[in-house]
Design a protein around this ligand. Structure first.
Ligand code: UD1
Ligand code: CA
Length: 465
């Protein structure tokens, strides 16, 4: 079989995105759009070449050094972009040409294009759109074969009516491509070297041009602006969700479930609505996630339950309970069966198995051993205005409600902190720490204060009147 190679055109600025980020780096479900078509290309062809130009170093950096690149210094059109890759390609064989902004094309679509190509000089992938505006139109001859592609800006009113569009995806005979590519002109509305013009040139010389019309139109969607980005993201999201559901994940409402491409989720986990799972998050089996949860780059083991909360860059071990309304910030390792309840924030802390932070607490830079109970309102005061400090709490300790632990502190195992204590010194294992001011009860004073207050209030309302 003839050699098959691929080139991905990705040098354009993407003006219609109105962005400082090169278009092909705009993320779709958590990864640059360019990565999708690159995956599809690499699945069918050897060593794909990416043509970069606008923001070249940024693109190279985020896509990685493992791929081959060609540089188009000046963006003079798709035909000119392809020319830049020619020196790195063999003299003959077949060449797939793809656009960096069509992320929905999968391996199977490219394979079909290659089959349809057979021994044509060139084969273009087309599709029919209800609204073809913005795309090049495929103009067919009376015998039904594709004559040429006309760009929207060069099209006549009648040509604009044509709904069959050029997807920007082609298969070429490399030898013929080398022969015709230098002949492209830039005499058109955009004064660019249009790659599709090559089809006209080849045909004029009697070469056979094929068109593979793909029925499932959204796969050919090209992203030129943010509306198309959102449209493509919705389709990609649906693909991701379907694939997870087929692997045994239940989604109560897939349409309100936002899961990034690289996320992994185990079977029998149930995802409730309004949930976002991002980055490289891995979730085990039998979990209950949501409603209204955001998880970013976290490792969640089995049987974890998280409701109305956020979790970022942390590990949650088996059977942890989080929420509602908790915030687990980066750097946490939460042990088995720990309970993190409502309005609790945890940051850069290790919490041992079975410990409980059920309500209204802050634990920052702390090592909390197993079986510890933090009462409501306990604050680990880790910041003195200049520096952060770390504290540790030994196994089985009980920290009473509304205590402040001023870090750095070492609290021994089985310590007891009385409610309302401000702890400023280490506590030995098994000790009780208490430092509340002694309470005085002044007979009748409460009553007097209340009646005085109501007297003043009455006078104030009178004055107003
Ligand atoms: C292009 C096609 C159009 C087709 C559409 C499909 C041309 C002239 N037009 O139009 O027929 O319907 O794609 O989506 O080919 N690029 C470069 N260097 C350049 C210009 C572009 O590398 O100098 C890259 C871009 O980064 C992009 C791809 O080529 O990934 C397509 O360019 P774009 O400007 O998006 O072309 P369209 O106007 O969409
Ligand atoms: Ca485009």
């Amino acid at each position: 079989m003839e050699e098959l190679r691929a080139v991905i055109l990705a040098a354009g600025e993407g003006k219609r995105m109105c962005s400082s980020v090169p278009k092909v780096l705009h993320p779709l479900c958590g990864r640059p759009m360019l990565n999708y078509i690159l995956d599809s290309a690499a699945a069918v062809a050897d060593d794909p070449i990416i043509v970069i130009g606008h923001g070249a170093s940024l693109v190279r950096e985020s896509i990685g050094p493992q791929w081959s690149y060609a540089v188009q210094e000046e963006q003079l059109g798709t035909g000119h972009a392809l020319m830049q890759a020619l020196p790195q390609l063999p003299e003959e064989g077949r060449l797939l040409v793809l656009c960096g902004d069509t992320p929905l094309l999968e391996k199977r679509h490219l394979e079909q294009l290659i089959r349809e190509h057979n021994d044509n000089a060139a084969t273009v992938m087309t599709t029919e759109l209800a609204d073809p505006s913005g795309y090049g139109r495929g103009i067919r001859d009376s015998d039904g074969s594709v004559l040429r592609i006309v760009e929207e800006s060069d099209a006549s009113t009648a040509e604009k009516e044509v709904r069959e569009i050029n997807s920007g995806t082609y298969c070429f005979d490399l030898k013929l491509l080398r022969c015709f590519l230098p002949r492209l002109s830039s005499e058109n509305a955009q004064q660019e070297y249009y790659l599709p013009e090559i089809l006209t040139l080849m045909r004029e010389q009697g070469h056979r041009i094929g068109a593979y019309r793909i029925d499932a139109w959204p796969v050919a969607l090209g992203i030129n602006d943010r509306c198309q980005l959102a449209e493509a993201a919705a389709i990609m999201r649906e693909r991701i969700n379907r694939s997870l559901m087929r692997q045994g994940v239940t989604m109560i409402d897939p349409s309100s479930t936002y899961i990034d491409y690289d996320v992994r989720i185990g079977a029998d986990t149930v995802i409730w609505p309004q949930t976002l799972i991002e980055g490289r998050t891995v979730i085990g089996s039998g979990c209950r996630i949501g409603p209204a949860v955001q998880i970013i780059n976290a490792e969640i083991h089995d049987e974890v339950m998280i409701r109305q909360s956020t979790v970022e860059e942390s590990v949650l071990e088996t059977a942890v309970r989080v929420g509602p309304f908790a915030n687990i910030r980066p750097g946490c390792r939460i042990g088995r069966k720990v309970k993190i309840g409502d309005f609790v924030e945890v940051k850069n802390s290790v919490i041992g198995a079975g410990s409980k932070l059920p309500h209204l607490s802050y634990a920052g830079d702390a090592d909390i051993e197993s079986g510890v109970n933090l009462g409501a309102g306990v604050i680990i005061v880790n910041f003195d205005g200049r520096k952060k400090h770390r504290s540790s709490i030994g196994a089985g300790s009980f920290i009473g409600c509304n205590s402040s632990l001023i870090s750095p502190l070492e609290i021994g195992a089985g310590a007891f902190v009385a409610a309302g204590t401000t702890v400023t010194r280490d506590i030995p294992a098994g000790a009780l720490a208490i430092n509340r001011t002694g309470q005085k009860n002044c007979a009748g004073v409460g009553e007097r204060l209340l009646s005085k207050n109501s007297q003043q209030e009455k006078e104030a309302t009178k004055e107003k009147k």
